[in-house]
Design a protein around this ligand. Structure first.
Ligand SMILES: O=C(CO)[C@@H](O)[C@H](O)COP(=O)(O)O
Ligand SMILES: [Co+2]
Length: 220
């Protein structure tokens, strides 16, 4: 099933409540929330307080993308803040399995993320544990970058893995440079959840979300 997850990184932070509520009214399926620590990625965004602030404003699931060194240090904060799904980067911790278990043990969905330079084989041993795999289709750290088409082979590889393994029960998400031109190829390769920040906010929200959904559904 297609799910569109606008990234609030492209929202107007001085009007975040308005933008979150407008996204829900416009038909967003999830809210993608990018947390950047200035270490794992060369940019900073915001912390768990903002997630706590958003939580009571919307019924949408909060899809939290931690771009943070040693994310296990912050998992509890993001659970308490009301995240529905917490994703940690495979490259950011020596204890990937433990970090994912911490999230799952709290009854929250857990996701693993891979950077453009990381192969699917690197995360194979955690695939039976996760609820979502996020394939970065740009280098993490900034919105508004150009989609890297070579990442689609990883999406297809994950879709084939899921098909072949009865114990695999994860959605495949793509993040970075997703727009009306790139979403069809992602859907064709097997992606289910599509993060779109700059594209969604560059026009009428409802029209843009609808355009993305239609393109993804037609490509399947
Ligand atoms: O995680 C990230 C960037 O690191 C993303 O979620 C971006 O915020 C998506 O932005 P667009 O590429 O859609 O503008
Ligand atoms: Co993201």
């Amino acid at each position: 099933m297609t799910q569109i997850a606008p990234s609030i990184l492209s929202a107007d932070f001085m009007n975040l409540q308005r933008d979150v509520q407008n996204l829900e009214a416009a038909g967003a399926d999830l809210l993608h929330i990018d947390i950047m620590d200035g270490m794992f990625v060369p940019n900073m965004s915001f912390g768990a307080q903002v997630v706590s602030g958003i939580r009571p404003l919307t019924q949408l699931g909060l899809d939290v993308h931690l771009m943070v060194e040693q994310p296990e240090r912050y998992i509890e904060q993001f659970i308490t803040a009301g995240s529905d799904l917490i994703m940690i980067h495979a490259e950011a911790t020596e204890h990937l399995y433990r970090g994912l278990q911490m999230i799952k043990d709290a009854g929250v969905k857990a996701g693993v993320v891979i950077n453009p330079g990381t192969p699917v084989s690197y995360i194979e041993s955690v695939l039976p544990l996760v609820d979502q795999v996020l394939v970065m289709t740009v280098n993490p750290g900034f919105g508004g970058q150009k989609f890297i088409p070579a990442m689609l082979t990883k999406v297809a590889e994950l879709a084939a893995y899921r098909e072949a393994h009865a114990d695999a029960d994860f959605t495949i998400e793509v993040d970075g440079g997703v727009n009306d031109q790139t979403i069809a190829a992602c859907a064709k390769a097997g992606a289910d959840v599509f993060v779109a920040g700059s594209y969604t906010f560059a026009g009428d929200l409802a029209t843009r979300i609808e355009t993305l959904k239609k393109a993804a559904n037609e490509a399947r």
